[in-house]
Ligand binder design. Structure first.
Ligand code: TRP
Ligand code: ZN
Length: 498
């Protein structure tokens, strides 16, 4: 059996196609990048708040995106109650309740939130003042909060989500409306387009998401469905996400769906949502997700969440995204004439549940820890079907591709902040893991992956954390290997490749 190797990872073909041809040029500072937000209202004048030592920071210290997230508190649980009054215009009326713990004395703190009219804002049920400046919402509670104390912020808001494009890649992000429905893709910074949030993966939380949609629409959200209530003209869906989740992985999708449920052999529940207008055999490339879950569970450690599934929208967006427990696919990512090629994308998003979702980056500059691992997951799925020969073929094809077009595949350890998801992060990132495997051997390699997941699951990790585990388990000094693969302009030789 011979397999056609899909040379270019299909996962983000628009971003790959838009790749600038001169990656060596220094990227502009993130704040200098002109962003086009067609429907965005003029930014409100900067809030003039006096300097205050007890003000929470307006960022979480990310080296690429210092304004993402906020300091001074740690969110525990979000309850989002979103009424979609009209799907076509996307008129929303919503309430967000955030339970958090102060990590310093706080006279005020920030959330990330874009657009809408805020109609009510309380902290611990007392009306609070607030100020808005672009994506920063500053909340000034009536009573200062003390370090270590729990507090609850409740925000009611209404309006139409602003359209946004991320600083990190040129595709629509956040809450997206199209002819037949709504979908949400928020990596890395789209969540603030539909709820107030501490929007950085360092602050994970659990969620309850309640969505009310007009009949005949349905809602598909992360996690497990807790209830579905028919109110006559509308339906209310409640979903619970009981494992910590990075805010960018929150997703709400509205359409008419065909729901498919099954279980992996090991007993992991699977629920897939297919937009009802899609052909009946759209589920074919997803038929082996149970097998993938069980196989990857053996390689990486037990599947970390309580459910998994895929959601296919009936519109093209040139991408798929690993939303926690519910990966989303644009219909253009699903090629029913190439089931195996599509399975690569399915395996990629599924691998992200361990690497990306359960372990999230501590800093966005470490994005290869997501995309390199998920790309290597594609290789592992080829190996599952075609053994070592298939794996070798994959490695050779990808290596030759990266070698032939170095400008498309820069070193994965240092992407440009305005081109976070470049081809190098994917393909050369995947090859980095193969180079590690070729150096330490299969047994140590999979021990490393399992130890890494076991130690950092439901949390965050950095490249350094991963290297430390790899060195600890292999007993080898691996700095030179990782330096060359992650940062050298020149593509290193692949050990063992003909
Ligand atoms: N993480 C996605 C993947 O699996 C790529 C991606 C990043 C993306 N940001 C996105 C997809 C925004 C859709 C929208 O490779
Ligand atoms: Zn990916």
């Amino acid at each position: 059996m011979k397999r056609q190797i899909v040379i270019i990872s299909l996962v983000l073909w628009i971003a790959l196609a838009c790749q600038p041809l001169a990656p060596a040029q220094t990227p502009p500072a993130v704040t200098d990048i002109p962003t086009e937000t067609p429907t965005q209202q003029a930014a409100e004048p900067p809030a003039e708040l006096p300097a205050d030592p007890n003000a929470g920071a307006d960022g979480l210290g990310d080296s690429f995106y210092p304004g993402f997230g906020n300091g001074g508190y740690d969110t525990q649980h979000y309850t989002l109650d979103i009424h979609v009054l009209d799907v076509q215009t996307s008129q929303l009326e919503a309430a967000a309740t955030i339970e958090a713990v102060a990590t310093q004395d706080l006279s005020r703190f920030n959330l990330d939130f874009l657009g809408f009219e805020i109609t009510s804002l309380t902290v611990n049920e007392e009306a609070a003042e607030f100020a808005r400046n672009d994506q920063e919402l500053t909340v000034i509670p009536a009573q200062p909060l003390s370090n270590g104390g729990t507090f609850t912020v409740s925000i009611e808001y209404k309006g139409i989500p602003d359209r946004m494009e991320s600083v990190a890649l040129p595709i629509p992000t956040g809450w997206v409306v199209y002819d037949d429905g709504i979908f949400v893709l928020s990596e890395p910074d789209g969540s603030a387009s539909f709820y107030p949030v501490n929007d950085h993966p360092l602050d994970k939380a659990t969620y309850t998401i309640i969505v009310t949609v007009p009949e005949p629409y349905e809602a598909a959200v992360n996690g497990l469905i807790e209830s579905e209530v028919d109110n006559g003209d509308t339906t209310t869906y409640t979903f619970g996400i009981t494992d910590p989740m990075a805010s960018y992985l929150t997703t709400i999708n509205i359409n008419d769906f065909d729901l498919e449920t099954m279980e992996s052999q090991a007993g992991i529940p699977i629920r897939n949502y297919y937009a009802a207008s899609l052909p009946g055999n759209v589920n074919e490339p997803f038929a082996r997700q149970g097998e993938m879950l069980d196989y990857f569970g053996k390689l990486f450690g037990p599947y970390p969440f309580e459910v998994y599934g895929a959601l296919v929208m009936d519109t093209e967006f040139g991408a798929a995204l690993e939303n926690q427990t519910l990966s989303i696919f644009g219909v253009d990512m699903v090629d029913l004439d190439d089931i195996e090629g599509t399975e690569s994308v399915v395996a990629h998003e599924l691998t992200h549940q361990w690497f990306g979702d359960s372990i999230s980056v501590a800093d966005w500059s470490d994005i290869w820890l997501n995309e390199g691992f998920a790309t290597y997951g594609e290789a592992l799925w080829v190996e599952y079907d075609y053994g070592k020969d298939g794996l070798e073929e994959w490695v050779t094809a990808v290596y030759n591709e990266v070698k032939a077009y170095p400008e498309y595949y820069p070193p994965p350890g240092s992407p440009a902040p305005n081109d976070l998801f470049n081809g190098g992060v994917y393909l050369r990132g995947g090859l980095t893991l193969h180079a590690l495997r070729a150096t330490v051997g299969d047994e140590a390699f999979f021990d490393i992956l399992r130890a890494y997941h076991d130690r950092y699951k439901y949390g965050n990790a950095s490249t350094e954390d991963f290297i430390a585990i790899a060195e600890e388990i292999s007993g080898q000094q691996l700095d030179d290997l990782f330096d060359a693969w992650l940062y050298d302009k020149q593509l290193p030789e692949m050990q063992g490749m003909e």
